[in-house]
Design a protein. Structure first.
Length: 64
């Protein structure tokens, strides 16, 4: 696949209010799982341990 090096999300320490952690409600100590679709849409931002929500997201369109 193609790698897009032009889209990087990280804390912006120079501009208050532009911190990706704050914008997405991610706890800095806990971290998060971010599901990004192939069209680069952020589909889910979940706590690392929320396996049920992650499973429910993929079950909504993937079939076994």
């Amino acid at each position: 696949g193609m790698i897009d090096y032009e889209k990087v999300f990280s804390p912006d320490l120079k501009n208050a209010g532009q911190d990706i952690f704050e914008l997405r409600g991610i706890d800095r100590q806990q971290g998060a799982l971010v599901v990004v679709r192939p069209d680069q849409y952020v589909a889910q931002v979940l706590p690392l341990g929320d396996h049920a929500a992650l499973s429910a997201y993929f079950e909504s369109f993937m079939r076994a």
